[in-house]
Design a binder for this molecule. Structure first.
Ligand SMILES: [Zn+2]
Ligand SMILES: [Zn+2]
Length: 169
């Protein structure tokens, strides 16, 4: 998601640009094709370009309770400063930003939000996804998906191995 910001860098502080985003990216690095849609706003600040993005993507997750697959909308929202590495007028190199982890604009004045989108996406994806809030999960005994109805297992929580022993008495 490259954007050329050479014009914006020449403009006075407070100048803005809006971009509509609709791109296919591999956000997880696993060969997935994630379609990302949304909008980004850029503001020229004294030292940088402040990028505010509001994006979303739909991705297939696996429910942590019932292991069924489902599609979920993942929101990717971030505000990040991007620091120029060269002066847009003179082409002279600029000192690197104070924080080494800051995002930069390359020497061709290309601002690429892909890495930020990837980082915020990974934060936004739930660690233990649920297909629905009250997912009933799987029966621990027979493995039936309890969202699709009850299984025939006894409802008291007796382990079937102990039940056999009980019969012997
Ligand atoms: Zn589930
Ligand atoms: Zn069961």
């Amino acid at each position: 998601m490259d954007m050329n910001v050479s014009q914006l860098l020449r403009e006075p502080i407070g100048a803005t640009r809006n971009y509509d985003i609709d791109e296919i990216l591999d956000l997880t690095g696993e060969g997935n094709q994630n379609r990302i849609k949304g909008a980004c706003n850029m503001v020229r600040t004294q030292r940088s370009i402040l990028v505010r993005c509001n994006l979303n993507t739909e991705m297939e997750l696996t429910c942590s309770r019932c292991v069924s697959k489902f599609d979920q909308l993942v929101r990717i929202k971030f505000n990040e400063e991007y620091f120029p590495t060269v002066d847009v007028e003179s082409g002279a190199g600029l000192p690197p930003p104070e924080e080494a982890s800051s995002f930069t604009i390359d020497e061709l004045h290309t601002l690429d939000i892909t890495e930020a989108a990837r980082q915020y996406f990974l934060i936004a994806v739930p660690m233990k996804p649920l297909c629905k809030k009250d997912c009933a999960g799987l029966c621990p005994t027979c493995g039936q998906n309890l969202n699709q109805g009850k299984c025939a297992c006894p409802t008291d929580n007796t382990d079937p191995r102990w039940a056999k022993l009980a019969d012997l008495k």
